[in-house]
Design a protein around this ligand. Structure first.
Ligand code: MG
Ligand code: MG
Length: 239
């Protein structure tokens, strides 16, 4: 899983270097596919429940599960979330980052910063014996204190030999559920999806693309994190 995570982080590093005004998100898909070939790994998402691409590329009001697009040119001020997973020797790594295209508005920058910070704060709660919802609570508090919305419709997940394993990892604390106790050996894909306005979601006609109902911006950061006796180990951190 460490190797799967390392490869995913390298792919996202390369995508990040390619983000600029005038490129299309299909470039990111091409980079991801080429690097999967180089590393001789399979992309986790391609064909998963019928998803047609190796990457999810989600621009501006798209929260998650956007299709790479060969026509629309990214423009200065856009934000684009790229989500990518690979399978290395039967194990998945899963990670996402939101990138700024050139200079973005202060509001967009703040949304991205708060989302990334909330992921870090959630990860900081990961330890042997902690409750999973301590992670959820840390993410939720940071985003809601900043005035942002936390998407309910999609959640993080356990990850390992399958892309999506138990437990579900909500970015909010669900009422009336106990939450599982974290133990060494668990691997968690923690992935806050955060909105500038309402957290309500629309799904577009392609049946995948999830957008904010109010069409305001959304950001998404994700790491695959191992629970160890010494605390969290981020398997998808950038070099
Ligand atoms: Mg992901
Ligand atoms: Mg995930």
């Amino acid at each position: 899983m460490r190797e799967a995570g390392r490869i995913v982080s390298r792919i996202l590093d390369a995508v990040g270097e390619a983000v600029k005004p005038g490129v299309t998100t299909m470039l990111f898909e091409e980079i991801a596919l080429r690097m999967c070939e180089e590393y001789q790994v399979k992309p986790s998402f391609l064909g998963y429940l019928g998803f047609p691409y190796a990457t999810c590329c989600s621009v501006n009001e798209v929260i998650v599960h956007g299709f790479p697009n060969a026509e629309r040119l990214l423009k200065e001020g856009d934000i684009v979330s790229v989500d990518m997973g690979v399978i290395y020797q039967g194990f998945h790594g899963d990670s996402a980052r939101t990138f700024a295209v050139g200079e973005v508005s202060p509001a967009a920058r703040r949304l991205m910063d708060v989302t990334r910070e909330s992921l870090d704060l959630g990860i900081a709660q990961v330890r042997n014996g902690a409750n999973l919802f301590d992670v959820s609570a840390a993410v939720q508090k940071h985003c809601e204190d900043a005035g942002f919305g936390i998407v309910r419709r999609f959640v993080g997940h356990g990850v390992g030999v399958k892309l999506h394993e138990k437990p579900e990892i909500p970015n909010f604390v669900p009422r009336g559920l106990p939450g599982v106790t974290l133990k060494p050996g668990m691997c968690l894909a923690i992935e806050p999806m955060v909105t500038e306005g309402s957290y309500d979601v629309d799904i577009l006609e392609d049946r995948w693309t999830a957008v904010t109902k109010d069409r305001k911006l959304a950001a998404h950061f994700e790491h695959t994190v191992a629970v160890t006796v010494d605390g969290p180990v981020i398997l998808t951190s950038s070099e």
